[in-house]
Design a protein around this ligand. Structure first.
Ligand code: ADP
Ligand code: ZN
Ligand code: MG
Length: 491
C-alpha cells in the first residue's frame, strides 16, 4: 500500500491543518424504465434480461430521452435549491469499461441540467451552508461480477440490466471542512431526495454512491492543497472513516516532506485505509463532445412551473412546522424521515387535535408494531384517521391510556376504527359513578387494613385501592372518577 509508511502525526500537528472536502454523489432516479429506452429498471432480475439494443449499446440504436427521468431530475435539483437551466445538453464521455458496451457514457458536461444550489447542515450546533455546484443527468453502466477463488477458476461476468439506468450526479463545492460535515451533508441530501421520492437512496442496492475529494492545507492558508479522490464509498460510516484516514495520510505525507499527488484512491474497510487505484484523469481525457443522437434539452417556464406546483413541502420546512405544533426536535426529525410518515402524522394529528400525543403514538406503538411485522407505514393496517380518533378519545377522557393500549393491537389486526372495537368488545370506559359505587364498596370491604392506614393519615394508600378497582373493571374504570369516589367514601 502506498505511502502509509510515514510517521503518524501528533494531534498537535494535525490541528495545524484544515481539511477541504467536496463530494460527488450519484443517485439513481426512481423511474420505472431506463433513461434512453423502455427497459425496466427493476432490481434483482436474472442477468441480462432487462435489456434491448439501446442499452446493450448496439451500433445504430438510437436513444430517446425518458420524460419521467427529466422530471425527477428537475425535482431533485429544485429540492437542492438549484437553478434549472432553460437549455441543457447531453454530452458523450468516452471511456472503455467492459460493462460499458457503447464505449461512452451519455452525461452532461458544459451545459448541465441545474447549478448554484445549496444544502444546509448543522454540525456541533453550528449551521453551515454547503454549495451545490451542479446537478446533471447521465446513464449508468452495467455491472461486472467477479467470481471464483483460484487463478485457474476465476471468471468475470457482465450484467447489463443496470446499463441505461437514469442517474443524477450532484457535485458539491469544496465547502466542507471535516468528515463530520461531509457526513451531515450526505445525510441531509439523502433525506431530502428520499422524502421527495426522487430516489430510494438505498445504498445497499447502489442507488446512492459517493466519491469524496479531499485535500489539506495549513490553517489560514488561502490556496487549496492538491486533492485526492476516494471512490466507492458505499456507506456513511465508510465515507467518514475513509476521510479521516485520508486527512491524516495527507498531513503525514506533507509533514515528512512529500507531496500529495492528484489521484483516484479506493477505501478498504477491512484495513481501514485508502490505496491508489489510478492516476486521476483530466476532463480532456474523456474527449467530451455534444451527444449527436439527442436534441438539446429545453425546459421552459411552463414545464418548470408544473414540476414546482406538484412539489411537496420540503422536509426541512415540515420539520420546522412540526416543532411549532409542539413536537420535540427529535420527534419532528423522525416524523419527516419519509413523506409517508409525515403525511400519516399530519392526518392523524388533524383528527386528534393533539399533535404531541399523536406523535408519541405514531413513533411508539404504530412504528414499533410495523417494524415487528416488517411493514412500511404506507402499508399500515391502522388508518391515520383511526389513530387520530383513538388519541381524541383519550384526550376527551372517554378512554384510559391503558384501554387504548389494549385497543390499538386490535385496530392493527383488523383495520377497524377504535369506536367499532370498543362497541364490539364492550370496552367502553366506565365513568358513571352509579356503576362504580358497588365496585368501590367491594374494594373497601375487602381491604380493611389499607382503609385503616388511609384513615390514619397514610393517604398514598389510595393508589393501592384505586388499583384494585381498576383491576376489578379490567382497566375500564375512569381513574379520575374512581379516585374521587374513594376520597368521598373514606372522608
Ligand atoms: P476534477 O476536474 O478533478 O473533476 P472538479 O473541480 O470538477 O475536479 O471538482 C470535483 C470535486 O472535487 C468537487 O466536488 C469539488 O468541490 C472538489 N474539489 C475541487 N478541488 C478540491 C480541493 N482542492 N480539495 C478538495 N476538494 C476539491
Ligand atoms: Zn433497453
Ligand atoms: Mg470534474
Amino acid at each position: 500500500m502506498s505511502s502509509s509508511a510515514s510517521v503518524a502525526p501528533s494531534a498537535e500537528v494535525i490541528s495545524r491543518y484544515e481539511p477541504v472536502i467536496g463530494l460527488e454523489v450519484h443517485v439513481q432516479l426512481s423511474t420505472a424504465t431506463k433513461i434512453f429506452c423502455g427497459c425496466p429498471t427493476s432490481f434483482g432480475a436474472p442477468p441480462n434480461t432487462n435489456v434491448c439494443p439501446v442499452c446493450l449499446g448496439h451500433p445504430g440504436a438510437l436513444p430517446v430521452l425518458n420524460r419521467a427521468a427529466v422530471e425527477l431530475a428537475i425535482l431533485g435539483a429544485l429540492s437542492l435549491n438549484c437553478q434549472v437551466r432553460a437549455h441543457s445538453r447531453f454530452a458523450r464521455k468516452n471511456y472503455f469499461y467492459p460493462d460499458l458496451p457503447k464505449g461512452y457514457q451519455i452525461s452532461q458536461y458544459d451545459e448541465p441540467l441545474a447549478e448554484h444550489g445549496f444544502v444546509d447542515i448543522v454540525v456541533d450546533g453550528a449551521a453551515r451552508r454547503i454549495g451545490v455546484t451542479r446537478v446533471h443527468m447521465e446513464d449508468d453502466a452495467g455491472k461486472s461480477v467477479h467470481d471464483g477463488f483460484k487463478d485457474s477458476d476465476r471468471y468475470s461476468y457482465v450484467d447489463l440490466n443496470r446499463s441505461g439506468t437514469p442517474l443524477i450526479e450532484i457535485v458539491s463545492e469544496p465547502d466542507m471542512r471535516s468528515s463530520e460535515e461531509a457526513y451531515a451533508y450526505l445525510t441531509e441530501m439523502k433525506q431530502v431526495l428520499q422524502f421527495m421520492e426522487v430516489s430510494t437512496c438505498d445504498m445497499e442496492k447502489g442507488h446512492l454512491r459517493c466519491d469524496a475529494n479531499v485535500s489539506v492545507r495549513l490553517k489560514g492558508a488561502e490556496k487549496f492543497g492538491t486533492k485526492a479522490e476516494v471512490k466507492n464509498l458505499n456507506s456513511f460510516r465508510f465515507l467518514k472513516q475513509a476521510l479521516d484516514f485520508e486527512i491524516v495520510r495527507q498531513i503525514a505525507l506533507i509533514e515528512s516532506g512529500g507531496r500529495v499527488v492528484q489521484e483516484t484512491r479506493l477505501y478498504n474497510p477491512d484495513l481501514d485505509e485508502t490505496f491508489t487505484m489510478r492516476s486521476k484523469e483530466d476532463a480532456h481525457d474523456y474527449r467530451y463532445f455534444p451527444e449527436p443522437d439527442l436534441v438539446p434539452l429545453r425546459i421552459g417556464d411552463e414545464w418548470l412551473a408544473e414540476v414546482r406546483a406538484a412539489m411537496p413541502e420540503l422536509p426541512s420546512r415540515k420539520r420546522a412546522r412540526f416543532v411549532e405544533l409542539g413536537l420535540r426536535e427529535y420527534d419532528a426529525e423522525v416524523l419527516t424521515q419519509t413523506r409517508a410518515a409525515s403525511e400519516y402524522f399530519e392526518v392523524a394529528a388533524g383528527v386528534s387535535g393533539d399533535a404531541k400525543t399523536t406523535a408519541n403514538w405514531v413513533m411508539g406503538d404504530l412504528m414499533g408494531t410495523l417494524k415487528g411485522e416488517g411493514k412500511e407505514i404506507g402499508d399500515s393496517p391502522v388508518r391515520p384517521e383511526h389513530l387520530g380518533e383513538l388519541v381524541k378519545l383519550i384526550a376527551a377522557g372517554e378512554l384510559s391510556g391503558k384501554l387504548a393500549k389494549e385497543i390499538f393491537p386490535k385496530m392493527f389486526a383488523t383495520g377497524d376504527a377504535p369506536t367499532v372495537i370498543i362497541e364490539r368488545e364492550g370496552l367502553k370506559q366506565i365513568s358513571d359513578s352509579g356503576a362504580l359505587e358497588k365496585i368501590i364498596a367491594d374494594v373497601i370491604a375487602g381491604n380493611p387494613k389499607q382503609v385503616e392506614q388511609y384513615k390514619g393519615g397514610k393517604t398514598t394508600v389510595i393508589n393501592f385501592l384505586v388499583g384494585q378497582a381498576m383491576k376489578a373493571t379490567r382497566g375500564q374504570a375512569n381513574v379520575t372518577v374512581v379516585t374521587e369516589l374513594f376520597k368521598q367514601k373514606l372522608g
